[in-house]
Design a protein around this ligand. Structure first.
Ligand code: ADP
Length: 414
């Protein structure tokens, strides 16, 4: 994604926590009206998102500049368009463009200077906003999508600027709108992921209460399916809670100095059963001189667990999984690079940049069948970012996938 929601971190965290609360509430009351519980919560969350982007209070024009840009000081000494943060355009009573700042030239092109604004920016909403401000001699504000050379979402404010002139300020609100859409998508995705197993559970409960009430064989079969669906919901809630906790701590750098050897032993032990069931062999390629790292041990274990689970899920039965750990130099200094590589179908190049987005999967059906939540790589990326490391995915279709990440080496070791 343009998963660059760093500035929105606290907001995300609140959302994830609320979404998780919705799951728990829904799970507790699934036998009655769970759809309503989720529906109401989703509406409340969307309403909260809308509120977060309420209009800013009116901005004051800058104080008169001692030495302003020549073109505009000639027109109105109190305004220096270049000192304005947003794209700004000054028009006269006949809608002619008198001056533009650099941002406006970038958005609408230098040719617009001297043109009629209604021709330079041919958009009905712009024309209406400017005309209203001109006619009523007061501020007129409107959000307009898809104008300018970069098809930006602008919040246009047209207001009187003395001598029958109008100052038009175009604030770029595209990032806020994108963040808003991503939040709405996240809630919709989380709700959908929960709705599916809940629907199955509700269906089986009704069947067990009715047609299958006296059928012990069917009951045993249905209870198995129900247990699987409940486990799936638990995994999803666990992952949502993990994301929430990681978001909470994301600005606090880990301080512990840890040895990686016991971490790798732990990974080998916890994945032994799944590896054996799939006739897989774990190959450990660890540098014996590996320095200690500055890291949160539980979180490193979680990244390794998520990557191992994926290598087992998406790699080919009977093929080895290789874990490599070596020291390396990165921009931020000495690091330890850890990679987990599998032999499998691999991933088409166009999917790779999006794999760390929440709920992004190459094949949703396959991921669900294999017990995936679509959050494993998003969690891994957030943890690695908290450690100021980098996560890299390389894959070749028909060959396999390697996912590596770095952790800062403890300086005293080097
Ligand atoms: P999931 O729970 O679906 O596995 P993840 O966030 O862990 O979610 O991974 C996102 C998607 O990335 C997966 O659905 C899968 O399509 C792809 N993927 C992840 N790891 C691998 C891998 N080792 N080999 C092939 N595809 C992978």
């Amino acid at each position: 994604m343009g998963d660059d929601l760093n500035a929105e971190g606290a907001g995300w965290n609140r959302w994830i926590a609320v979404a998780s609360a919705v799951v728990l509430a829904a799970a507790a009351g699934y036998a009655f009206a769970w759809q309503e519980v989720i529906g109401a919560a989703v509406l409340a969350l969307l309403a909260a998102a809308a509120g977060a982007f309420a209009a800013r209070p009116p901005r004051k024009l800058p104080e008169p500049a001692a030495e302003g840009s020549a073109s505009i000081d000639d027109v109105h000494p109190s305004i220096t368009l270049d000192s304005l943060e947003n794209a700004a355009v000054l028009v006269d009573r006949n809608f002619g463009i008198l001056a533009m700042n650099a941002e406006a030239v970038d958005a609408f092109g230098a040719h617009a200077l001297g043109e009629d604004i209604r021709i330079a920016i041919r958009h009905p909403a712009v024309i209406e906003t400017v005309t209203t401000a001109m006619r009523q001699n007061r501020d007129s504000i409107r959000e307009i999508e898809g104008i300018g050379r970069h098809s930006t979402v602008f919040r246009l404010r047209a207001g009187p600027a003395g001598d029958a002139r109008l100052l038009l300020s175009f604030a770029d609100v595209s990032p806020a709108r994108l963040a808003e859409r991503m939040r709405a998508d996240f809630v919709a995705n989380a709700s959908h992921e929960l709705r599916t197993p809940l629907a199955t559970l509700v269906g089986f409960i009704e069947t067990l209460q009715g047609p299958a009430a006296n059928d012990p064989a069917a009951r045993a079969r249905f209870l198995d399916v129900m247990a699987n669906e409940a486990a799936r919901m638990t995994r999803l809630v666990d992952d949502l809670m993990s994301l929430s906790r990681i978001e909470l701590d994301k600005n606090i750098r880990p301080r512990e100095i840890i040895d990686l050897a016991p971490v790798f032993e732990n990974v080998a032990t916890t994945s032994a059963v799944a590896l054996e069931a799939d006739k897989r062999q774990l190959v450990m390629n660890l540098d014996p001189e590996l320095p200690q790292v500055i890291a949160d041990k539980d979180q490193v274990l979680q990244v390794l667990h998520n990557l191992m689970t994926n290598a087992i899920k998406y790699g080919r039965t009977g093929t080895p999984i290789t874990v490599t750990a070596e020291r390396a130099k990165a921009l931020q200094g000495e690091v330890v690079r850890i990679a987990i590589a599998d032999v499998g179908d691999g991933i088409a190049a166009e999917h790779i940049p999006r794999l760390t987005e929440r709920f992004y999967r190459v094949d949703t059906g396959r991921s669900r069948r294999l017990g995936g939540t679509g959050l494993g790589l998003a969690i891994a990326k957030h943890i690695v970012e908290r450690h100021r490391g980098t996560l890299e995915i390389t894959s070749e279709q028909g060959v396999g996938t390697a996912i590596s990440f770095t952790l800062p080496a403890s300086v005293s070791q080097i």
